[in-house]
Design a binder for this molecule. Structure first.
Ligand code: ATP
Ligand code: MG
Length: 420
């Protein structure tokens, strides 16, 4: 026997038993985004590698070691499966000149790809909902993003998700801070791991993002960017906080929050839970005023965030949440030659009326068909036997309550099913 082919490690099948949960989540997301006036955008899954290198930054975990990059055999171009959505979204907005007259509030949802070590809550193909507001400079937009995520947790009934915020200041703030930080790190070379030593000069802020337990004390004691901000940075951060306070959104300031990507400035935030082990960040984002120019557009301010769908669904499941199931209205079973011929057009007629009907396929005895009707979850069985076929009628049998079955015309059955 040939060996069975398996899915790629870290890339999951989402099986029918989870379909209702995903559908519920996606519907909730769409309603929630509509409530804030965000418009959907859908980008390709593959982009030129240079887009991600330019947007995310060469010296980041994602670009250094997590991207699925390959050469297009037809033309030798280097292509990459998107590891995140912001770069593609901004690329699409610039390519189609969407910022020409108006700022944009956009969202997308879809698979992202990162070559990481798979573990609970960390996969190689995972899904994000991403939200990007392009062309907005003020702290009101940063606050809107945080407020809207807080509302989503309420809509989903999730609690215990804690908000952490920080500011990365302006470019000049970071140039000043960089010097201080490099100086500090140079004095502790013995504690730095290999990654940190390599990044210390190219991208020292990234060192603060390290999860290496042996370096946590060093990181904790590092000089803080927050202590060294200019007035504009402080004002923006203060205003975001004032809006959060007046909306009653609790937050913690985490001076170590620097985010894994290069493109952030000013506000950064993460929503974190302790319920998912080490993979506790369910949503992360911030302001990235430099990105649009960095990938070739006319400078424009922007901010956004992305959430990990698998992590949020794991929280819902952990809560014992049961998504509303899609229940078929009827399971149509049929025994006998005339009945078999009649069944398919009857099912179609019922669907014309907007009903959800499972047509039994594959033959079998009345008893075995009845079992399948029961297992299908349908509210009613519709039965066509020789007698019904001869009369051009059906028998309607309630499956979820104790009530008599009854013979009727197809029209009457449709009427009845439509009204229960
Ligand atoms: P982490 O520190 O956990 O690696 P990150 O900073 O790389 O996260 P982002 O790039 O900010 O993550 O992505 C936003 C969100 O997407 C994360 O907060 C998380 O919920 C989710 N996410 C990121 N990587 C993965 C993954 N490999 N598997 C599942 N979800 C992920
Ligand atoms: Mg990561």
């Amino acid at each position: 026997m040939t060996q069975q082919i398996q899915a790629i490690r870290g890339m999951n099948d989402i099986l029918p038993q989870h379909a209702d949960l995903w559908a519920y989540f996606e519907q909730t997301i769409q309603d929630w985004l509509a409530a804030y006036g965000y418009q959907a955008i859908r980008m390709p899954i593959v982009e030129q590698t240079s887009l991600f290198k330019r947007a995310i930054g060469e010296v980041t975990d994602i670009v250094e070691k997590e991207m699925y990059t390959f050469i297009d055999a037809l033309n030798g171009e280097s292509l990459t499966l998107r590891p995140e959505g912001t770069a593609s979204c901004v690329r699409a907005v610039l390519q189609h000149n969407l910022l020409y007259n108006a700022p944009q509030r956009l969202w997308y949802m879809g698979p992202m790809f990162r070559h990481e070590r798979p573990q609970k809550g960390r996969y190689r193909q995972f899904h994000q909902v991403g939200v990007e507001s392009l062309g907005y400079a003020g702290p009101d937009m940063d606050a809107e993003h945080i407020l809207m995520t807080a509302r989503l947790w309420r809509l989903l009934g999730l609690d215990g998700i804690v908000l952490q915020i920080n500011t990365l200041g302006t470019g000049e703030d970071r140039v000043r801070y960089r010097k201080k930080l490099i100086h500090y790190l140079e004095q502790h070379l013995d504690v730095l791991d290999e990654d940190a030593r390599r990044r210390m000069h190219t991208n020292p802020l990234r060192v603060l993002d390290s999860k290496n337990p042996a370096m946590q004390a060093l990181i904790e004691a590092a000089p803080k960017l927050l202590a060294d901000l200019d007035e504009a940075s402080l004002k923006h951060f203060e205003e975001v906080q004032a809006m959060l306070r007046s909306a009653g959104v609790d937050y913690q300031i985490n001076p170590r929050l620097v985010r894994g990507l290069d493109y952030y400035n000013f506000t950064v935030f993460e929503w974190v839970t302790t319920r998912l082990g080490a993979q506790g960040t369910v949503c992360a984002g911030g302001r990235y005023d430099g990105l649009i120019e960095q990938i070739g557009g006319k400078p424009a301010p922007a901010c956004g965030f992305a959430m990990g769908v698998e992590r949020l669904l794991a929280l819902l499941e952990d809560d014992g949440f049961k998504a509303p199931a899609r229940v078929p209205d009827a399971y149509l079973l049929h025994v006998g030659e005339a009945a078999d011929r009649m069944a398919m057009p009857v099912a179609e007629k019922l669907r014309d009326r907007g009903l959800n009907v499972i047509l039994h396929c594959g033959g079998g005895s009345f008893k075995s068909q009845m079992k399948k009707a029961d297992a299908s979850g349908a509210r009613y069985a519709l039965i066509i036997g020789d007698d019904e076929a001869a009369a051009g009628e059906v028998t309607l049998k309630p499956l979820r309550e104790l009530a008599e079955q009854a013979r009727m015309t197809v029209e009457q059955a449709a009427e009845l099913l439509d009204n229960v």
